[in-house]
Design a protein around this ligand. Structure first.
Ligand SMILES: *Cc1c(COP(=O)(O)O)cnc(C)c1O
Length: 480
């Protein structure tokens, strides 16, 4: 039987274990990643036996937790430089703990009065930051992918209001560069437009949308008998961390009366840094913006704002009644009909506490520090003759290539690094060429760690037969 006493006692022991975990991870005691075949992992954690036999008690839990933590990917670890997921800040972690015991939701006001108030205030703050104060409206949702789907649902509702009841007409289109996040393609498929309804906007060799390609894409859509419901740009693109020119796209959309959606899942947080805000110039021209707090605002997964310039667009997106559930006489207090989720976790609390505790300034300095470090890492990688960086990073995402190896070598080096465990890097293709991709999320990662990573890559590559005999190009001779 669950008792408050049992919870408190076991939670205290859990906190002790987590404290050791965080301290060890951030000091690089233990691997950045401990990965092996999935079946071995199930075995190692004895999962099937626990499910079959039960019987876990405090003692059993302590042992299990230790093994569980030993098999995590440690996001605080200085060698963890792979994905857009980071170590949550303390206030966010506290919010998760509170939610885990309290379990209020924001579907209807009566199931989470404080949680609903928090969500309202947090979305108001996000609206103000993207320039939608006044007429705007927004909701929190579980991730940027759902956010993109919500925004495009709203765009469809504006273009074809009856589509909620009658379904999606066959002649709609969405204009987007090929570098757009795959969730935008999924959204087109889920909404019944179909992936083929995405009309590509020309992009440069790094995948950035070319503003000069906008008119051509629109003509191509119209020539194919399709009417565009939205134009999508990225701030920033997931693969490269580079920003599309929002002002150019926004201006074009205003002139042509098109819905402008900014997928700012990763990069919109840069509005909090005076040094980096310029990357988002033109954001206020958008009709909708998606902004993940679990990327650069240091919450746990997930917490996403889906924000609309006009409250009417949000209201129209979900054109449905559910009178059995929604009986608040104050409109707008029951948030459940304005998101996909029915039961929705009070995810706003994580962002609220980070903001209340660290302040906008504190969150902005974290971002600025990670972005500036990444630029230093870029210089350091470029200075090494065997490595090539195709562009100067604008965010904390950085791609580079080992000059003497092809696509397979990059994948093999990445695999071996993960097997050794000290470094975890990602890999992505830019114009079909495999690159290592770093996302600098841990506050602990410093230049010395990147130097060690590069040494390690060189060593693994040469053990695989690269570099070959040819001399590397001197760093000074490389194009800027
Ligand atoms: C991360 C990301 C997404 C997906 O967001 P999730 O929160 O992972 O669902 C969408 N678009 C961009 C540009 C991203 O970087």
């Amino acid at each position: 039987m669950s008792t408050p006493d049992e919870f408190a006692r076991t939670a205290r022991a859990t906190l002790d274990a987590l404290e050791r975990y965080a301290r060890d991870s951030s000091r690089a005691h233990g691997p950045a990643i401990g990965i092996g075949p999935l079946d071995d992992m199930i075995e190692r954690l004895d999962l099937r036996r626990w499910v079959r036999d039960g019987g876990m008690d405090e003692h059993g839990f302590a042992g299990f937790l230790e093994r569980y933590l030993a098999n995590t990917t440690r996001l605080d670890h200085p060698g963890y430089v792979s994905h857009q997921l980071g170590p949550p800040d303390t206030p966010s972690a506290l919010a998760d703990l509170v939610h885990g015991r309290v379990n209020n939701i924001t579907t209807v006001y009566e199931l989470g009065p404080a949680a609903t108030a928090v969500e309202n205030v947090v979305t108001d703050w996000m609206l103000e930051k993207v320039g939608f104060a006044g007429d705007g409206a927004g909701r929190l949702t579980h991730g940027g992918s759902l956010g993109n789907l919500t925004a495009l649902l709203a765009a469809r509702a504006r273009a074809v209001p009856e589509s909620w009841k009658r379904g999606t007409p066959a002649d709609l289109a969405v204009l987007a560069p090929a570098s757009v996040h795959y969730s935008v393609l999924r959204a087109a498929a889920i909404l019944g437009l179909g992936e083929d309804a995405i009309v590509p906007i020309a992009s440069d060799s790094l995948g950035r949308l070319k503003p000069s390609g906008l008119a051509t894409a629109l003509e191509r859509a119209e020539a194919a008998g399709r009417s565009p419901i939205a134009v999508v740009a990225s701030a920033c693109a997931t693969a490269t961390g580079l920003h599309d020119d929002l002002r150019a796209v926004g201006t074009f959309c205003r002139e042509r009366g098109l819905w402008f959606h900014v997928d700012g899942a990763h990069g919109v947080s840069a509005v909090l840094s005076a040094r980096h805000r310029h990357l988002l110039d033109g954001l206020d021209l958008a009709d909708s913006v998606v902004w993940d707090a679990h990327k650069m605002l240091r919450t746990s997964a997930m917490c996403t704002g889906v924000l609309f310039r006009s409250a009417q667009d949000l209201a129209r997106a979900f054109d449905q009644e559910a009178s059995y559930l929604m009986y608040q006489d104050v409109p707008g207090n029951d948030l459940g009909l304005q998101t996909f989720e029915a039961t929705k976790a009070p995810i706003g609390l994580k962002l609220f506490l980070n903001l209340a505790w660290r302040g906008e300034g504190g969150l902005g300095s974290y971002l600025a520090r990670q972005y500036e470090k990444t630029r230093r890492f870029y210089r350091l990688i470029r200075a090494r003759p065997w490595f090539d960086c195709p562009y100067e990073p604008e965010s904390n995402i950085l791609c580079f290539r080992y000059r003497a190896g092809g696509n397979d070598l990059h994948l093999e080096v990445r695999r071996r690094l993960a097997e050794e465990g000290d470094f975890h890097v990602a890999a992505t293709e830019l114009a079909r060429i495999r690159h290592f991709r770093l996302t600098i999320m841990s506050p602990e990662t410093e230049a010395a760690d990147i130097e060690r990573l590069l040494d390690r890559i060189e060593r693994i590559a040469s053990s695989l037969g690269a570099p070959p005999v040819a001399e590397p190009v001197a760093a000074a001779a490389k194009p800027a």
